[in-house]
Design a binder for this molecule. Sequence first.
Ligand code: THU
Length: 160
Amino acid sequence: MKKIKIESTIYVYENLEALPQDVFYLVERAKEARNNAYAPYSKFKVGAALVLDNNEVVTGNNQENASYPSGLCAERTAVYYAGSQYPNAKILKMVIVAGSEVNKTDEAIPPCGACRQAIAEYEVKQELPIEIYFMGETGRILKSNSLKNLLPLLFNKSML
Ligand code: THU
């Protein structure tokens, strides 16, 4: 039996001041979006901000539903909005900010599996890696240079 070893690289920024200026701005936009999240059930609010190669910034937040599975995460709200409004634009960077109204969130909150698959669709389509930054309410910020670091062996359209 052969073994395949999969390696991912994640970069760590100790605080907001360590971020590049343009990313710091995206964090601000993601926080604004997060404030508008509709999360009455989980009380866990998430905001996402994307910058596209046409310089547009698109934001999204989680939208919950009394029928729980009908709700949608912030990341998918944002990438689907970008895909619907700017179908030919490429997503360059994505910032995700999460936090609970109930618990302290001081660790970086990564996108859920379903969102990783959704982001993967756009990264594969645009043939350009997406830089993904994610953080909690406070604490360090983690960065992946591509969705592929977060979802190795991803299922994609070349397999259909
Ligand atoms: N949530 C997101 O918006 N993004 C994620 O990647 C993880 C989870 C939302 C979904 C739900 O509204 C709440 O956080 C709790 O799971």
